[in-house]
Design a protein around this ligand. Sequence first.
Ligand code: HEM
Length: 172
Amino acid sequence: MSKEAEMENSEGAEAIAFGEEQEAPVVNSWNAMKQHAAETSVLDRIFEIAPSATQLFSFLRDADVPLDKNPKLKAHAMAVFTMACESAAQLRKTGKVAVRETSLKKLGATHMNSGVIEEHFEVTYSHKSPEKTIKDAVPEMWCPAMKDAWGQAYDHLAAAMKEEMKLLSASV
Ligand code: HEM
């Protein structure tokens, strides 16, 4: 087992081994695509995979703007990718996703109250979507290691959010 994997994180769970060779492709591809990501619909894949999820977003229910032009939806997609990228850096440094506890609680509550369920995290952004999105945006940088690193960064962030949602639903 690597030194990183042996470390214990502050919650007592075993630290996740996530090296510089995994952080770098995530951070580099995000830096290369994030400027034009805001101007194009490149990030808005969520509803190709789960069309019914539109109903969960309050700002989409009565919107007359096409999905790919909706600035709030774009902001959500940007938040997902930005936070996954930050998670890659945190995983490399500390072996865990360290979204500040209060933010994570708030995020967990927002998602739970909006009707988001665990499965949405699997079908929406995980694997399929980052792969398509990033591959389309920066095809010259794309490689299997990049796919794996993005997948892991997203999955650990989603796991932290799902855990908060689980704790919240157990306490109501
Ligand atoms: C790691 C993955 C995700 C991240 C980092 C994330 C991030 C965020 C953020 C920052 C907000 C705004 C929170 C606030 O205003 O308090 C938000 C709201 C929301 N998210 Fe996510 N999200 C993720 C995944 C998802 C998924 C998979 C869905 C499922 C469809 C989803 C649906 C929503 C909805 C419905 C809202 C509330 C929007 C509204 O009506 O104002 N999110 N999310």
